[in-house]
Design a binder for this molecule. Structure first.
Ligand code: ZN
Length: 239
């Protein structure tokens, strides 16, 4: 048994080393340039990283069923730099882009945290889930990563298991018409009984992109009908 464990440990070391070498080789062959100022070596240089989070963040509201839900978004989807970072992370699995997006998200949220948490009592952070098939295809749910970072930084409870998404729904990004988006997510979400009960809880619902609001509104509807008392929405980018 001992030798087997030693072998696994050695294997992991080799894989880590190789991953680092591949990353390094990739940097030499395809150098990174700051998406904002063009400086070489980083997707977003240190100076742009600092400046980019200044004066960002938008508070707005959305009508969901018969109530108005307070929303906060860290940035705009129309922003080429932020959109490019999110796409590189989401579709290209570029880890550096994910780290930069998370850093940007947390910097902006931290400046507005009082407004976001205003009127909430011990809120629980819930990410908008992916369907099991989409999750298996991508390998990770970027929204869950943002939600986890938010919960971790502000010492909030995280629940990624109770709100679930059924399989076989088309990704919203493939649909442009609002009516098609609403129809596409209708019935897509459900609340399952598990370790955490959301009844009478206050929820910070997290999504990566707010476009027409169809996905978020459907989640709000399902959460409210499952007994959630209050919901505040936090998204990374707003379309
Ligand atoms: Zn720069």
């Amino acid at each position: 048994m001992e030798s087997r464990f030693r072998y696994l440990g050695g294997g992991r070391w080799v894989v880590e080393k190789m991953t680092r070498w591949v990353e390094l080789a990739g940097r030499v062959l395809f150098p990174h340039f700051c998406l904002s100022c063009g400086l070489e070596d980083q997707l977003l240089c240190d100076l742009c990283k600092m400046q980019y989070a200044l004066n960002r963040g938008v508070l707005f509201s959305v009508a969901a069923d018969l109530e108005t839900v307070r929303c906060f978004s860290a940035g705009r989807y129309a922003d080429m730099v932020l959109r490019s970072l999110l796409h590189q992370y989401k579709y290209g699995r570029v880890q550096e882009a994910g780290e930069l997006m998370t850093d940007f998200f947390l910097r902006v949220v931290s400046r507005q945290i009082t407004a976001i948490l205003s009127g909430l009592e011990e809120p629980i952070v819930v990410p908008v889930p992916m369907s099991p098939i989409n999750l298996a295809q991508r390998g990770f749910n970027q929204t869950e990563i943002f939600a986890r970072a938010l919960a971790g930084d502000f010492e909030l409870e995280l629940d990624k298991k109770t709100l679930q998404r059924r399989f076989a729904w088309r990704p919203q990004a493939h649909l442009s018409e609002p009516q098609k988006r609403i129809k596409n997510v209708s019935g897509a979400f459900f609340v399952r009984s598990g370790d955490v009960s959301l009844v009478d809880r206050e929820v910070i619902l997290v999504d990566d992109v707010f476009t027409t609001g169809a996905t978020i509104i459907e989640c709000v509807r399902v959460l409210r009908s499952s007994g959630v008392k209050k919901i505040v929405i936090v998204t990374v980018l707003k379309g």
